[in-house]
Write a protein that binds this ligand. Sequence first.
Ligand SMILES: [Cu+2]
Length: 343
Amino acid sequence: MRRSRWVRGGRLGLLVAALAVLLTGCSAKDWERNLRFGFPTGVTKQAERIRVLWTWSGVAALALGCVVWGLIFWCCIRYRKRNDELPRQTKYNFLVEAICFTFPFIVIAVLFYRTVVVEDYANKLTKNPDVKVQADAFKWNWEFEYQTYRGVEANKAEKAQVLRYTKPDGSAMPNPEHAAVPYYLQTVGDSNTIPILVLPVNQTVQVTEHSFDVLHSFWVPEFLFKRDVVPYEKPNTLEGQDEYDTSRDNKFEFTATKTGSYVGRCAELCGTYHSQMNFEVRVVPQQTFVTYLEALRRVGPDDPNRQAKALQIAMPNASPIATTTYPLDTDRTAQGPSQRGGN
Ligand SMILES: [Cu+2]
């Protein structure tokens, strides 16, 4: 009698789950993908792996929670006080203790193992990334340097080309800030401009992070990833090249799988305008990326509007300014956007 009730309950549960999947019109895969417990939709290969870990950790936690709640309620009802007689007192129960030790141990071992595997994947650096960029963080903005690019058609062993500014005759322009470093194609944000990091879709991008002052953190919510930008060990001015300390520069890689514009933020409290230290990542088709680099080179480093101009050349149908966030107004007496149109 009791058994058949359980079986019937189980069947009903399965039926409800199957109906839920069918009625919402999505496949099991979609359903799994949408079960993110508040995570944004990831747009990189790494993000998808992180999302899977997150989804199934959540499912495991909920399942375990249901078992625990079930046991609590079952005990409350089954062993509620019926009279003043003391229940049978049991001292040791080897079986219960063994289960209570082994089961949580297995759960944390599996969680630990899966976390290490996914972390290793997200932290993996390849030998020949397709694009190398440097993200320079400073109070309170970002500079993006495009360092090397290996074309789509190039094979893995082929050397990446260095992306530097050139003089009209084609020779390399010396870096005004640091003679030993090539004058990479770069754009920098200021109080009127949100810096935009343009990157090709489906190609491996390696980011080197460098800080000129304090701790910052590179965070793109839709990458489901952030990494601290750690400042110098030694004094780190650009005046003397010996002092250009890169010993604490972090590196990470990702492969964006979806074109689009994604907001980026500083995720490490770094001072007054920390909350406004935003940037945009624009993932574009590979050919657009190449056109953008060429346009940057053509516009040249001295033009303060080089980012907008190069974007206009490479993406005439897209906005030449950031669309996911707006620049910070450094005038403290100015009305903020929340007050626009009011007093
Ligand atoms: Cu910051």
